[in-house]
Structures are given as structure tokens and as C-alpha cells.
Design a protein around this ligand. Sequence first.
Ligand SMILES: Cc1ncc(COP(=O)(O)O)c(C=O)c1O
Length: 406
Amino acid sequence: MELAKKRQDNVANGHGSICGIYIEKAIGSNLIDVDGNVFIDYAGGIGAMNVGHSHPKVIDAIEKQINQYVHPCFTVAPYQPYVDLAHRLADIVPIKGDCKSVFFNSGAEAVENSIKISKTYTGRTHILVFSHAYHGRTQMTMSMTYKEDPYKKGFGPFLDNVHRIDFPKKSLDLSSLKIDPESLACVVIEPVAGEGGFIPVAHNAMGQIRKFCDDNDIVMVADEVQTGFGRTGTLFSMEQFKVEPDLFIIAKSIAGGLPLSGVVGRSEIMDSVHTGGIGGTFGGNPVSCAAALAVLNVMDDERLPERAIEIGKKVIDTINLLKKEISWISEIRGLGAMQGIVIIDDNDKPDKEHTSRIHQHALNNGLVMITAGTYGNIIRTLMPLTITDEELDESLEILSSALKIP
Ligand SMILES: Cc1ncc(COP(=O)(O)O)c(C=O)c1O
């Protein structure tokens, strides 16, 4: 194919693509490639398209904003969509008391900034993260990320102020913590480990993390980059844990496919940074902020968090039924419409090759999916929450037949 050759000749090999299809158009839950093939999208731009591709209300907001101004730069001259979005988030973020926001471009950039904010607030420099964590690909966030290959391979040395303990699947285990808790600026936790394999934090463990932070004056940071904006059944997944973190990191589905990320949290902590200490050229771009305001309206109008629960239930029921007859499905786990199907071999070990075959079979039959997990053996569901019942049924049929191949 001409495009594939052009890519091969001109795009750096380091930027891989999971599916070799070239996209011409994307609407709702469908991706249409340059040959006219239609795919149902279970990747959702890696969890960034909870409102679906080209949602008319989001496109409308983008168009209106583009016709006004595109980039005065908030650092130079501020504008309304940024301020409106910060105001809106302060209202809806599940933290009691006053909250403020600051916006960036990528999830990793927001994670970096949550660390900077935690450092200035506490006057400390150390960071605690967990096994299976994924926080991004910059130097700081690579150090926080767990999986070596491909994210860290050859890119060391990593920062020695990042400490790691076991992911709290059952409870918070501090036995391997080698540092004085009072030198920790923050603990950063994904409520459901995303790239690390769709592993939810145990309910009681989230409370234990909160207590550990309270006892030692540590900032608790929830990385909701992948779990956020309705994916797990509530706007923020932390609502379901009934625990308030101090800071939230948001990105991906906040802006309907445009680059936008942010840190939202307690005003006292957010305001600890000196003026000019955080910011950037494109952070909180007005077009992305306008899209985000439209996304929040769509979340409400179409009750997408509730829809995530329905979708999740249907996926879980289908897979659990299949699991009875298919030995290589070990479990399905997650929250709401963020479900991971775990594929194992005869010795109960993660089976990456088999997972790849399932993935390819689904792709050949019209379903785009991505995998996850430290061992690459988890099939994940990140479909738009606007997926219709018919599309969901059709996609589950494709997924089921792919899961049956040995
Ligand atoms: C939980 C989590 N944090 C941070 C990131 C990094 O976001 P980005 O790729 O926008 O830098 C991701 C991306 O997958 C993520 O899932």
C-alpha cells in the first residue's frame, strides 16, 4: 500500500502502530479506513474518545472556537474557555472544599506538574508509585512507569527519587517501602491500573492510602487519565472508592479527542507554586477547552457514566459465559466499561502470543482493539460510551469468535 510505504520511508520506526490500517474517517464508534472498511473501535484513541468520534456537539464547539481565536496563549493573554473549564471542574470534582485547575497538553505533562505542585506544597522531593503503574513517557513519568519494554528500554538512567511498592490489589502493603514516609511529597495512584493490566485498586486499600497520606502529610494524587470522564461508571472513578484524593490528574477523554490535560485539586495545594512556576505554550488551548466544556455537557445529557455500567455489564456477562467453555480466558476484571480480559496458557502463565492472535482475528473481522498488561496478555475495552446496542452486540460477537481461536 502506498501510504504504508510512505510511512516506512518517512516516519521514525520508534513510533509503532498497533493496527496497520490507515484511517479516512471516524464517526461515533466506527473507524473507516482508506479502503472503505468499517471497524468498531474498542480502542477509542486509547481511552480518549468516551463521547465517540466526531460528536456533533463537540465538533460544533470546536468550530465556533476556531472562528473566534485559536492561540492567544494563556501565559500571554488569558481567555474565557480556560477559566470556564476550571470553574466547571471545581464544581464537579469529587473533593469537598475549594479546588483550582491548571491545564496542559498530555497526560504525562499533567503528571509531571502534579509532582511539581506536590513538591512545592510539601517542601519534599520523593515520590511513591506502584507496580504495574503507567504514568507516561517523559523522563519523570518513565521513571514512575513500571513496564520496562518498550517504555523504558535503553532510556535510563531513571530518577532515584521515585520509589515503588506493590500495587494494592488486596490491601496497601508498605513492607517494601525503603524510605522515610515523611520525605515523600506525594503518592500517585491509578484507581484502575490501565496500561499495567486493568487492575482495580481494592476498595479498602484506597482508604489505607488516604490514611497513610494523612498520617504523614503526603499529597495523595489520583491519576485518572484513563479512568476518567465516565469510563468506569462515574465521572471520576474515585467517586466509587468514596475516598477524596488531594489532586486529580486528568487527560484523554476530557476533550473529545483534542489534546488537553490538567491537574485539579485543593486550592491550598494548587496555589503553593509561585506565579510563572507552571504553564507552557499550548497548555489549556482554547479549542481544547471549548471541546472539553462540550464533552462535560454530553456526559450529562447522554448519561454516559450510567451507560458505561450497562456496557460493562454486557461485556462481563458475555465473557463470563464464554469463560465456561474456553480454558485460556482466566478472568475479566475492571470497573464499568473499562474491562480487561486476561489470556493465559496451559500453565496458567500470561500468553502474549495467543493474545496477539486473538487481536489479529478480531481486526480481520472488523474490530479494532488494543492490549495491555505487564506481559501483554490483557485485551482491553475502551470503546466510546456512545456505542449503540446493535454495535455492542455485533462487536461482542466478533470478540467472542476471536476469543475462541486456539
Ligand atoms: C494512567 C495514565 N497516566 C498517564 C498517561 C500518559 O498520558 P499521555 O499519553 O497523554 O502522555 C496515560 C496514557 O496512557 C495513562 O493511562
